[in-house]
Design a protein around this ligand. Structure first.
Ligand SMILES: [Zn+2]
Ligand SMILES: [Zn+2]
Length: 369
């Protein structure tokens, strides 16, 4: 099989306009010029495993195939900057990501070489070591967390920036995991909410929703417990993800899968990592340490051990031309229905006066508190 990648021979073409203006504010870049491949300076090679370094190799591959990270022009004088290390990696012909192997243990005690580490922790670390406005524009989204006291109806809203979303494996379908992430949670029993206006702990309703979606959506499946044990649930994920149901303001929002980081094995401290990546030629590849081989999309979508999913925002015109169905389920409506339903339940319980109010807790075994 000839695995020579079509784009391997395409030489890196500097965008002369951007090169001259290194100090351009990233805000000036249009979304489309960030998300489309502006040049095809991708590595068509794998990386050697230097002894349990597959977590580094596979995380780097996912980031190297993130188009905006190649499209921005960046230069700085930091000793260890992820973007500068990427630039050097592109220029060299090495099959060992030297800079990362050298700096990671120096800059973080979490990454001692020779031991298998958590790729999600590494991803966070690498993203944080990029320039702040780059990170914000590429990976940054805003999450709204709202808590409503069901006694006085006082609402408290908090907006939080996020760089990725960690999802509980609450279902075997990614979209349902996302719906569960955004659904109303009943705070009751042990989880009673302290309501300032009421001055006491009360029953409340809590909900997360995405206020502002990112360009690059990173979804981390929470496979590992704090002790490092792994949840093996097979979570199905789509190539095109309709993100509209999870948004505060309804708008067309379709994301397209471009990389998947996979963990094989039974705990965070053991096993093996590899990744699937989509090249600028729109072909999928499996990058497993030194080997980079073509695969078809079905293999990617049917991998049972996906750990981190990387989606990029589709442009609106792409959405239109693909005729993607954006009318899938009005899940926000369902959340509101859920709230109404819970309020009715509470009223009924109060009317009955059976003293069981505190026992209707999500995840509560019914013990009296
Ligand atoms: Zn830099
Ligand atoms: Zn209250």
């Amino acid at each position: 099989m000839n695995n020579k990648l079509q784009w391997e021979l395409e030489s890196f073409q500097h965008n002369s306009k951007s090169t001259q203006s290194l100090k351009l504010s990233y805000d000036l870049f249009q979304e489309s010029s960030l998300l489309d491949w502006q040049h095809r300076q991708v590595l068509s090679r794998g990386f050697k495993n230097m002894g349990n370094t597959c977590f580094i190799n596979s995380t780097l591959q996912c980031l190297l195939y993130t188009p905006p990270l190649q499209n921005i022009i960046h230069r700085c004088k930091k000793v260890f900057c992820t973007l500068c290390c990427f630039k050097r990696l592109f220029k060299s012909s090495t099959r060992i990501p030297d800079d990362f192997l050298k700096y990671l243990p120096r800059f973080s005690q979490s990454f001692s070489l020779g031991k298998q580490e958590d790729a999600h922790e590494l991803l966070r670390f690498l993203v944080e070591r990029m320039e702040r406005n780059v990170v914000r524009q590429i990976f940054g989204g805003v999450l709204r967390s709202k808590v409503q006291c069901l006694n006085c109806h006082f609402e408290s809203e908090i907006y939080e920036n996020f760089l990725d979303i960690s999802l509980d494996l609450s279902d075997s379908d990614l979209e349902r995991c996302l719906a569960n992430f955004c659904k109303n949670e009943f705070l009751d029993g042990m989880n009673l909410y302290f309501c300032a206006p009421c001055g006491v702990r009360t029953v409340a309703c809590k909900q997360f929703i995405i206020k502002s979606p990112p360009l690059i959506l990173t979804l981390h499946l929470k496979r590992f417990t704090n002790e490092g044990k792994k949840d093996m649930t097979h979570v199905k994920f789509p190539e095109k993800l309709n993100f509209q149901p999870y948004l505060l303001m309804p708008e067309q929002s379709i994301y397209e899968l471009y990389a998947v980081l996979v963990h094989m094995g039974y705990s965070s401290r053991s096993g093996h990592y590899y990744s699937y990546i989509k090249g600028p030629n729109n072909e999928w590849y499996i990058a497993n340490d030194l080997s980079v081989l073509k695969v078809n999309l079905n293999k990617v979508l049917n991998d049972r051990s996906a750990y981190i999913l990387f989606y990029k925002k589709s442009k609106v015109e792409d959405v239109d031309s693909d005729g993607a169905d954006i009318s899938l389920g009005k899940k926000k409506g369902r959340c509101l229905d859920f709230k109404e339903e819970k309020l009715r339940e509470i009223k009924k319980m109060k009317i009955r006066g059976d003293g069981k109010e505190n026992r209707r807790v999500k995840g509560c075994d019914g013990n009296k508190i």
